[in-house]
Design a protein around this ligand. Structure first.
Ligand code: S3P
Length: 448
C-alpha cells in the first residue's frame, strides 16, 4: 500500500521529448482480469498486468479469499475457485487508495455466503460508497458502512453477502463503470437475470471480458438509447489467456507532455484506444494536437494502436458534457493542456470529478492558479484561459503543489512542470505508484 511518508519531488522544465516507449498495463482491465480469472474454473494466464498498488490490492484480496495467484517471468497465473467458490477472508481487506478494487470486490462478495470488512487510506475513506451499497442491498447483501456528518456512506464498511442473492433490474443513477461492474459481478453467482439499464455509456471492459470468459451476457440498446445489459447467473467461467494493453489513461500524460513541450516527437506503443476510454485523444486533436494512431489492431477484444504525438500549437475548446465518461480520468491532464493553449477552454458536467481520489476540480484549480493560470472554478467544471504556449510562472507555487493522495494530480503537475520557467515542487509523489510505477523514469527516458 501507499507509504505514509510523503515524498516531495521537484520537477524541472524539460527540453524536447523523443523516443518510443510503452506504458504499463491498463488498470481497469488488470483488475477485471484478476477478478474474472479468480472466478473461472482452472488456470488463467495474464500478460501485461499493471503491477501498480491498486491492482496489487485486488490480487491480495482475491488471495485472501482463496484464489492462488502467482507471478513468473512477467506472466501472472491465476488458479480460479469457480463462481460461488470464494472463501471467508481471515482479516479486513486493505484496499489502499483503490476505489475500483473496493467497489468491484464489494459486488463480488455480495452474492457469496461470506462477509468482508473493507478498509482504505485517507483518500479512499472519504469516497462515497452509497452508489454500490444501494443496488447490492437490493440484491440482499447486508452492508454496514461508516456514515459521515454530511450523510455519506464510507469506508470502513462490512459486506455480508447473501447466497443465493436476488436478481435485480437496476437503472444506473450515476454514469459509473464501477457501479455497473459491481452489479454484474454480484449477478454472476445470482440465479436468474440481473439487468442493468445504462443511460450513459461508460467503459465497457466488464461486458467484453465477461463475454470472453463465457458468461451468458447480452447488450442491447432500447428506443431511448439506453444500453440494457442482461446477465444470466449462476454461471461457470472458462479460464483465459489475457493480454492487457497499455493504459490510455497513463499514455495521456506522455501525449500531453509531447504536445506542450516544444520540439517533442514521441511514439507510445501498444495503447488501448477503446472508444469508451479514448475521449481525451479526440479532444486534443480538435484543439490542434498532432496525434496519430499507427498500426491499429485488436488484442484480446480491445482496440489497440501505437500513438504518435508531436509538439503542437493548441487552441482552447468547449468540451461537451456528454464526452466526460469516455475521458473521466483524463480531465486533470486536459486542464494542463488547456493552460498552455491559446484562448479559453470550458468544461462542464464534471460533478463526478469531485469524488475521485481527490476533489479534482478544486485540486487542479488551486495548483494551476498557483502557476499563474487564469481560471474560474464552477460547480461542475473549470474555465481556463490558456497562456498561448508561454511557460507557466511558478511564482506563487511555494510551498509545494498539493496532491491530496491523488496519483493523477501528481502526474498532471509533473507534466506542467516541464513548461515552467524553473520547475515546480510536488508535495508527494508516492500516490503515483497506485497506477503508474516507473512514471518518472519513463519521463526521463523521453527527455534525455
Ligand atoms: C473505473 C471506472 C471509473 C474510473 C476509475 C476506473 C473502472 O470510475 O474513474 O479510475 O475501472 O471501472 P467510476 O465508475 O466511478 O466513474
Amino acid at each position: 500500500m501507499t507509504s505514509n511518508t510523503p515524498q516531495p519531488v521537484t520537477f524541472k522544465p524539460s527540453g524536447p521529448l523523443s523516443g518510443e516507449i510503452s506504458v504499463p498495463g491498463d488498470k481497469s482491465i488488470s483488475h477485471r482480469a484478476l477478478i474474472l480469472s479468480a472466478l473461472a474454473v482452472g488456470k488463467s494466464r495474464i500478460s501485461g498486468l499493471l503491477e501498480g498498488e491498486d491492482v496489487l490490492a485486488t490480487a491480495a484480496a482475491l488471495r485472501a479469499m482463496g484464489a492462488r495467484i502467482e507471478k513468473k517471468d512477467d506472466i501472472w497465473t491465476v488458479y480460479g475457485v469457480g463462481v460461488g467458490g470464494l472463501m471467508q477472508p481471515g482479516n479486513a481487506l486493505d484496499m489502499g487508495n483503490s476505489g475500483t478494487s473496493t467497489r468491484l470486490l464489494m459486488g463480488l462478495i455480495a452474492s457469496h455466503g461470506i462477509s468482508a470488512t473493507f478498509v482504505g487510506d485517507a483518500s479512499l475513506s472519504k469516497r462515497p460508497m452509497g452508489r454500490v451499497i444501494d443496488p447490492l442491498s437490493e440484491m440482499g447483501a447486508d452492508i454496514q458502512a461508516r456514515e459521515t456528518s454530511d450523510h455519506k456512506s464510507c469506508l470502513p464498511l462490512t459486506v455480508r453477502g447473501l447466497c443465493p442473492a436476488i436478481p435485480i433490474e437496476y437503472r444506473l443513477p450515476v454514469a459509473s463503470a464501477q457501479v455497473k461492474s459491481a452489479i454484474l459481478l454480484a449477478g454472476l453467482n445470482t440465479p436468474g437475470i440481473t439487468r442493468i439499464i445504462e443511460p450513459v455509456l461508460t467503459r465497457d471492459h466488464s461486458e467484453t471480458m465477461l463475454k470472453g470468459f463465457g458468461a451468458d451476457i447480452s447488450v442491447e440498446t432500447d428506443a431511448d438509447g439506453c444500453r440494457i445489459i442482461s446477465l444470466t447467473g449462476e454461471t461457470e467461467l472458462q479460464p483465459q489467456k489475457i493480454k492487457v494493453p497499455g493504459d490510455p489513461s497513463s499514455a495521456a500524460f506522455m501525449v500531453v507532455a509531447a504536445l506542450i513541450v516544444p520540439g517533442s516527437d514521441i511514439i507510445i506503443e501498444n495503447v488501448g484506444i477503446n472508444p469508451t476510454r479514448a475521449g481525451l485523444f479526440g479532444i486534443l486533436q480538435q484543439m490542434g494536437g498532432d496525434i496519430r494512431f499507427l498500426k491499429k489492431r485488436t488484442v484480446g477484444g480491445e482496440p489497440v494502436a501505437d500513438i504518435h504525438a508531436k509538439h503542437s500549437s493548441l487552441s482552447g475548446i468547449d468540451v461537451p458534457a456528454d464526452i466526460a465518461p469516455s475521458m473521466i480520468d483524463e480531465f486533470p491532464i486536459l486542464f494542463v493542456a488547456a493552460a498552455l493553449a491559446s484562448g479559453e477552454t470550458t468544461t462542464r458536467g464534471l460533478h463526478e470529478l469531485r469524488v475521485k481520489e481527490s476533489d479534482r476540480l478544486s485540486q487542479m484549480a488551486k495548483g494551476l492558479e498557483a502557476l499563474g493560470v487564469k481560471l474560474t472554478e464552477k460547480d461542475d467544471g473549470l474555465l481556463i484561459e490558456g497562456s498561448g504556449g508561454k511557460p507557466l510562472s511558478e511564482g506563487k507555487a511555494r510551498p509545494a503543489i498539493e496532491t491530496a493522495l491523488d496519483h493523477r494530480i501528481a502526474m498532471s503537475f509533473a507534466v506542467a512542470a516541464m513548461v515552467t520557467k524553473s520547475g515546480l515542487t510536488i508535495d508527494d509523489v508516492t500516490p503515483v505508484q497506485t497506477s503508474f510505477p516507473g512514471f518518472q523514469d519513463l519521463m526521463m527516458t523521453l527527455a534525455s
